[in-house]
Design a protein around this ligand. Structure first.
Ligand code: F6P
Ligand code: MG
Length: 451
């Protein structure tokens, strides 16, 4: 049964206007640090731009840096957020959002970096980085975050090999595996994908982002840090679809994965998707990613295909075997990558049905949608100051195109669906519990089930 939306009091958006809050510290410290790193990366690649585009490349480097320095200055001095005028296809939608925001804030307060919703201004910063590059054509396709993403992949080689060796071990029994064992392996790979989300570059402003230890061996010691674990409900959704399908009552099963970070996290998502397909729990997996570099480490089409190629080329038998299989899935259309402008806009997901009805309609065709990571969680719950005991369904505010699950390590001060007292106990034990990435949730909602 859908939550009665009329009875829900929607809390305010998180914002840097609350001095000392995580949003405030992010806008004050972390975002300028990220911008400085972006500027530095572009500057370090000056020679490369010259080699590729001659003097035009050098001019583009200078102009991009000048736009980004201006942006950093505007952010740090809390200047008004201005409408986009760069001719990119999504500019109108951004400007409509800005107008709405101006309406919400009223005449007294301008929309600005420190006064407006954190989700909006943080997304706006990444969109403005894209604009700075886009306005300088020879380097408009340059991914300023590429170095960090590839580094995360290479520094996690050991963990990737361990994961692929584990996969090889379980796939020996593919034909006669019991449902019980299938569930055990599913649980493990779901949780590997969950903890893969620890490895993002945005939270650390680009510092630590790789996985060094064995992802499977760590699972037992990490279990107590999963604050809400709905993995049984995710499993039930998949297995019941498989049973219906085996009895001829359903056609093929589709799982959509709304991706988060490249590097190690993406590999964990690919391994999970591989498991779902190889063991007959899904017939099709659609990977939904970003159309331009986003939140430092998020997956773009280029990252997706690069990761598969690199895995294929690895000098490790089981790793390269997985890569070959992944490439085959892509070639056969069993796996596909899709981006959509909505994923790089600031909207809460409850607005998807009106803002991006085509995307909403596509998600409705999935049997299960997995939302990876913290930013997706913020958008699912609207990045609002919810009471921790507010229900996940209530926070979704009507968003529910299909059974869905958030796999998220906590890196922002928003959390719903906890037991009474759970939040305050955590706050007294570990004041940073919501932002350190040490805790995680697996939260499920199905529009089909009575809640
Ligand atoms: O501020 C921390 C932060 O940059 C958040 O803005 C964002 O939610 C998160 O890190 C990125 O994490 P993830 O890659 O898991 O979405
Ligand atoms: Mg991310």
């Amino acid at each position: 049964m859908a939550a009665d939306q009329t009875s829900i009091v929607v809390p305010p958006s998180l914002s840097a206007k609350v001095v000392g809050s995580f949003a405030y510290l992010t806008v004050k410290d972390r975002l300028p640090t990220i911008l400085t790193k972006v500027i530095d990366t572009i500057h370090r690649n000056k020679n490369k731009f010259f080699e590729e585009y001659g003097e035009e490349g050098i001019q583009a480097e200078k102009q991009t840096i000048s736009l980004l320095s201006k942006l950093r200055n505007e952010l740090q001095t809390d200047k008004p957020i201005v409408a986009l005028n760069d001719g990119l296809a999504d500019a109108d939608s951004w400007n409509r959002y800005l107008l709405r925001q101006q309406g919400l804030q009223g005449d007294q307060e301008v929309v600005s970096w420190f006064k407006s919703p954190w989700l909006f201004v943080e997304c706006y910063m990444y969109r403005k980085i894209q604009e700075a590059l886009w306005l300088n054509p020879p380097i408009s396709d340059y991914d300023v975050f590429n170095e960090g993403k590839t580094q995360s992949f290479f520094e996690s080689q050991q963990a990737i090999m361990t994961l692929c060796t584990y996969f090889e071990g379980i796939s020996k029994n593919i034909d006669d595996i019991s449902e019980h064992h299938l569930q055990l392996h599913f649980n493990q790979l779901l949780k590997v994908s969950l903890w893969g989300n620890k490895c993002d570059l945005s939270i650390s402003a680009g510092m630590e982002n790789s996985q060094k230890s064995s992802p499977i061996d760590s699972l037992v010691s990490l279990q107590p840090f999963i604050l809400v674990d709905h993995s049984d409900a995710v499993w039930s959704t998949l297995i019941s679809t498989r049973r219906q399908q085996q009895s001829g009552k359903a056609c093929s099963t589709r799982v959509d994965i709304v991706l988060d970070n490249a590097g190690f996290e993406l590999v964990t998502d690919l391994v999970l998707a591989d498991f779902l397909v190889s063991f007959g729990l899904a017939h099709e997996v659609r990977f939904l990613g970003k159309s331009f570099p986003w939140f430092v480490s998020d997956v773009t089409s280029n990252d997706f295909h690069w990761t598969i190629r690199q895995t294929m080329a690895a000098n490790h038998k089981w790793m390269s075997q997985r890569g070959v299989q992944w490439q085959r899935y892509v070639k056969e259309g069993v796996w596909s990558y899709h981006d959509h402008p909505f994923w790089t806009q600031p909207h809460e997901f409850c607005d998807m049905a009106t803002e991006a009805p085509d995307l909403y309609a596509t998600l409705q065709e999935a049997n299960l949608v997995l939302f990876k990571g913290d930013l997706n969680y913020r958008k699912l719950a609207g990045d609002r100051d919810w009471d921790h005991t507010a229900g996940f369904e209530a926070a979704l505010r009507g968003f529910g195109p299909a059974p869905l699950c958030s796999l998220r390590t906590l890196k922002a001060n928003i959390q719903v669906g906890l037991q009474p007292g759970q939040g305050s106990k955590l706050s007294s034990q570990d004041p940073d519990w919501m932002t350190s990435g040490k805790y995680a949730v697996i939260q499920f909602y199905s529009p089909n089930s009575e809640q």
